[in-house]
Design a protein. Structure first.
Length: 125
């Protein structure tokens, strides 16, 4: 699925990024992330690896609470749509659900808009 997502993103860009999805070992991925200027990622392993090596991370959160699982070095760069996703799926606020509550709606990440990410990129510089 990630390979398909990366190919779709690459297809939509005018400046073709280097697509390394599925082409690196874990050590190689860590080295790439360590050299990156910034990482943009949902709550996945690469986000936590980038955070661990000190690369700024723009975290994209809608299905999990970034206060629990977010990139602890860059909370100020997190796009947090978790409260909205909870409200849509469960009709509840963050303080009304258990700490580890996840949103299971596959469309929840669609709450994150391009402008949200662009704002965080600008904020990171």
């Amino acid at each position: 699925m990630e390979i398909d997502y990366a190919a779709a993103i690459q297809h939509l860009t005018s400046n073709k990024p280097l697509n390394l999805v599925g082409k690196t070992s874990l050590k190689e991925l860590l080295a790439v992330l360590q050299q990156a200027t910034i990482a943009i990622s949902p709550d996945t392993g690469p986000a936590h690896l980038a955070n661990a090596v000190g690369t700024p991370v723009i975290g994209l959160y809608a299905t999990s609470n970034p206060e629990r699982t977010g990139p602890y070095l860059n909370r100020e760069l997190t796009v947090n749509k978790y409260p909205e996703a909870l409200k849509e799926e469960l009709g509840k606020n963050v303080d009304e659900v258990r700490w580890g509550q996840r949103v299971r709606n596959p469309q929840a990440m669609e709450l994150i808009e391009t402008g949200d990410v662009i704002e965080m990129i600008a904020r990171s510089y």
